[in-house]
Design a protein around this ligand. Structure first.
Ligand SMILES: *Cc1c(COP(=O)(O)O)cnc(C)c1O
Length: 359
């Protein structure tokens, strides 16, 4: 039996979207492939509220994250971490010999604009990484306020990890002035894993051209040149199957209407938070909660694996805690094409399952 996924990626993919992946192959240097990539890019520009160049990568989001720290760090990267995925940026820097410092907060708290100002004011850094939505703690950072601070440091290139929020949360890339905004296919966009997406500014590309040892597969300059000069091609052979599905799914997303899509995510989040507060406790700072995933403190010390297998018998899969919060919390994702009714039905089942642990 297929379990309905309430985990923060991969998400359930609609059958009509999945079916697009079975489209017969085309040559990746044909006019049809160019038109496909152009359509996708133009629709993604709408979803990201940007005129910046859209790059696609046949990899998960981590590929473009790793490429970004290699390509855009000249002096040193300032990694602002609010949990597991900030730690990942830092590990990528270390693994690639990219000079970096990490600035952590207590788990469940956001990055503060003041801390970003304080760190960048040292003049030591020319790249900053921000996690828009921390999937481990269910926090979404105050990106508008952080963006205001970043504008005070025009020489610093900004990289934003929007992997678990883009397509479910409002991220107006141009208004925010984000240089590189990265996401993956398998979260709020509602596709299978295997495709990463980034928007990139021309000024970031100009800077990257001055940086040696950028690698090749995840080199933003190489990806950019294939979009600009060829145009709309990919340096190697892309996952055309994902591209067919993305082209189709972006039409669905735009037909739903972005403001309505974001409102649906907020509504689902509010329902889950209210349920969590009533039955357990919401883990993170209540002023900065994610609209795509909720992290719940397991205040009743219910063995989560038993809870999740009981849910599994009813056809649902929830998520345990991540990293340091593995045993203390569990998570419910509310993203992509999940409906408010899906959430209510899952929570009704969860209520029934929980009767087993009523004292
Ligand atoms: C899932 C996730 C990633 C990793 O993305 P992959 O597509 O699995 O490489 C990075 N950052 C955040 C915030 C995520 O939720």
């Amino acid at each position: 039996m297929h379990k309905k996924l309430f985990i923060p990626g991969p998400v359930d993919v609609r059958e009509d979207v999945l079916a697009q992946m079975a489209t017969p192959m085309i040559g990746h240097r044909t006019k049809d492939a160019v038109a496909l990539q152009q359509r996708i890019s133009e629709k993604l520009q709408q979803v990201m509220y940007t005129k910046n160049t859209i790059l696609l990568s046949t990899s998960s989001g981590s590929g473009l994250m790793e490429g970004a720290v290699r390509c855009f760090t000249g002096k040193k990267a300032a990694v602002f971490s609010i949990g597991a995925f900030g730690e990942r940026w830092y590990k990528m820097c270390l693994a690639n010999g990219v000079p970096a410092d990490i600035f952590r907060v207590e788990l469940g708290q956001p990055t503060t604009p003041e801390s970003v100002r304080e760190v960048l004011a040292t003049g030591e850094y020319d790249l900053v990484t921000i996690t828009h939505n921390e999937t481990a703690t269910g926090i979404h950072n105050p990106i508008f306020e952080i963006a205001d601070v970043l504008r005070e440091f025009p020489d610093v290139i900004s990289c934003v990890d929007a992997v678990s929020s883009l397509g479910g949360d409002y991220i107006p890339v141009d208004e925010l002035g984000i240089d590189i905004c990265i996401t993956s296919s398998q979260k709020c966009l509602g596709l299978p894993p295997g495709l990463a997406i980034a928007s990139v500014t021309d000024r970031a590309i100009e800077k990257a051209k001055t940086i040696p040892n950028r690698g090749l597969y995840f080199d933003y300059v190489e990806l950019y040149n294939f979009v600009k000069d060829k145009p709309y091609q990919y340096p190697s052979t892309p996952s055309l199957a994902h591209m067919f599905a993305l082209d189709y799914q972006l039409d669905r997303i735009l037909a739903e209407g972005l403001p309505l899509r974001f409102a649906r995510h907020r509504e689902m989040a509010e329902i889950v938070r209210a349920w969590a507060a009533k039955n357990f406790a919401v883990y993170s700072n209540p002023d900065h909660l994610s609209v795509t995933v909720t992290c719940i403190t397991n205040t009743r010390n219910i063995p989560f694996s038993a809870l999740n297998s009981a849910m599994g018998e009813r056809g649902y899969l929830l998520s345990n805690g991540y990293g340091a919060l593995k045993d203390k919390t569990f998570r419910i994702a509310h993203m992509a094409d999940t409906s408010v009714e899906d959430i209510r039905e899952m929570l009704r089942n969860l209520d029934e399952v929980l009767l087993r642990w009523q004292s």
